[in-house]
Unconditional design. Structure first.
Length: 94
C-alpha cells in the first residue's frame, strides 16, 4: 500500500499515535485484509503499523453496524471507538 492510497483510505475518521507509527482508521473497503468482510458496506475499524506495513481489521461485525470516532492513545496501547452508539475499548496486545 502506498502513502497515496493510505491517504485516500483514512479520510476524516482517523487518528495516530504520537510518533505516527500506528494509525487507526475506518474504511468501507472489503479487501483491506484477507479476512471476509461480514458487514458489507459498513465502516470497519483498521489499524495500520508503519514499521511493518501490516493492516489489521479490528471490527468485522454484523451487517449494518458501522464504526465511528476512532481515537488511539499517544503510545498506541488503547483504541476507543463507537459502534451503534456504544463505546468500545480495544487493546492491540490483548
Amino acid at each position: 500500500m502506498t502513502n497515496g492510497s493510505l491517504a485516500l483510505l483514512f479520510g476524516a475518521n482517523a487518528d495516530m499515535t504520537g510518533d505516527g507509527g500506528t494509525i487507526v482508521f475506518t474504511s468501507r473497503s472489503e479487501d483491506m485484509t484477507p479476512e471476509l468482510d461480514r458487514n458489507g458496506s459498513g465502516l470497519d475499524l483498521f489499524v495500520w503499523n508503519r514499521a511493518t506495513g501490516h493492516v489489521h481489521r479490528v471490527t468485522n461485525g454484523p451487517v449494518g453496524l458501522s464504526v465511528s470516532g476512532p481515537v488511539i492513545s499517544g503510545d498506541g496501547s488503547v483504541v476507543l471507538f463507537f459502534r451503534h452508539n456504544t463505546l468500545f475499548i480495544w487493546r492491540p496486545d490483548g
